[in-house]
Ligand binder design. Structure first.
Ligand code: NAP
Length: 335
């Protein structure tokens, strides 16, 4: 049986700039029982994603904004505690967009059963989940990566970045990561096998890219936008592909900074293309199989940054992403 109460985080008001504690409402409501064709469960791990910042703004996007007063949208791993659903049983672990709440009732649409014998549950929010899929399709499909090319990844020590760099290595490329701080850079060139790393907080990125990619960048996988995107545009090889995955440096900005160096796309006969990972959902299984193989043979290391707490810790945990306080996939384990 579920405990009687369900603690939730709801959107209280639309943030301007950085998200603050006053933008959230902490609510306790009775935990609902599952009706026919539904299951109920307990949230075990919540995913923290930079995209959450965009979901709070009332403007057209690839998903509708989270409504005022609604439970905050979030991916999570849920353990099923009661089930009237033919496809899901008690004890099953499922991933889905179940929201920032302790207890979940679902009709199972969009829920995927995971196998904790293959990988720990939190890995299904990282390397084997949405960030892994993003890196895979962003690089291989949008970036049309080829063996021997030079790949530069920004936000390289994060959930998507660690996967993008390692996938590019698995595909036989020279990989340069850009991240904030000496510790993150040491992780990239050490444990994760990148060929070089640039600390954007301490180095002149434009100069460092000229050193680390002397023949130019073939694929630039951009997670951050802003000045780092501009620096990369200044170092493109002929026919380069710029993969517009995200722009976290701009998510809290009230006026977005566009790339001043965009004309290098013309000069280098390059292209810059955005994508949304959800469009690749029909091919997620294919990607998970290949990524799973790389994890199994040790070519890819999974990296999760697990914060332990309650749903009330969601607001301050989300801020960690925008302060560079996470390494690898940031998750909140509910204890
Ligand atoms: P993440 O990289 O694990 O975490 C965010 C990281 O961004 C921080 O650790 C920080 O690392 C860096 N950062 C924060 N503020 C920054 C700034 N002002 N300038 C430069 N770097 C900054 O997050 P993630 O989940 O992997 O997401 C990475 C990007 O992919 C985001 O832009 C996200 O929106 C995007 N994304 C896109 C899709 C899609 O379908 N297109 C899907 C998933 C994610 P440092 O310490 O290195 O600064």
């Amino acid at each position: 049986m579920l405990s009687a109460e369900n603690r939730q985080i709801r959107l209280a008001r639309r943030p301007v700039g950085e998200v603050g504690p006053e933008d959230w409402e902490h609510v306790t409501e009775p935990a609902a029982a599952p009706g026919e064709g539904r299951f109920a469960g307990r949230t075990r791990f919540l995913s923290l994603d930079p995209a959450m910042r965009g979901w709070l703004d009332d403007r057209p996007s690839y998903l509708p904004p989270v409504g005022l007063g609604e439970v905050m949208r979030a991916g999570s791993v849920v353990e099923i505690t009661e089930s009237n659903h033919p496809d899901f049983g008690i004890g099953d672990l499922v991933v889905g967009l179940f929201g920032v709440q302790e207890h979940v009732v679902s009709d199972g649409k969009g829920a995927l059963r995971i196998d904790p014998a293959v990988a720990p549950p939190e890995t299904y929010l990282g390397a084997l989940g949405m960030p892994g899929m993003t890196a895979y399709f962003g690089l291989l499909d949008v970036g049309a990566l080829k063996e021997g090319e030079t790949v530069v990844v920004s936000g390289a020590a994060g959930a998507v970045g660690t996967m993008a760099g390692q996938i590019a290595k698995a595909k036989g490329c020279r990989v340069v990561g850009i991240a904030g701080g000496a510790e993150k850079c040491a992780l990239l060139t050490g444990e994760l096998g990148f060929d070089a790393a640039i600390d954007y907080r301490a180095e002149n990125v434009r100069k460092a890219l000229r050193t680390q990619a002397p023949d130019g960048i073939d694929v630039y996988f951009d997670n951050v936008g802003g000045e780092i995107l501009d620096a990369a545009l200044a170092s493109l090889a002929m026919h380069a592909r710029v993969v517009l995955c995200g722009a976290i440096s701009q998510y809290n900005a009230t006026a977005v900074q566009g790339p001043a160096n965009y004309l290098s796309l013309l000069v280098r006969r390059a292209r810059m293309e955005g994508f949304v990972v959800f469009d690749y959902a029909p091919r997620f299984k294919e990607a998970a199989r290949e990524i799973g193989g790389w994890i199994a043979d040790g070519r890819i290391k999974t990296l999760e940054h697990v914060v332990r707490g309650t749903v009330d810790d969601f607001p301050r945990t989300l801020q960690m992403l925008f302060r560079g306080e996470n390494t690898g996939k940031l998750v909140l384990e509910l204890v």
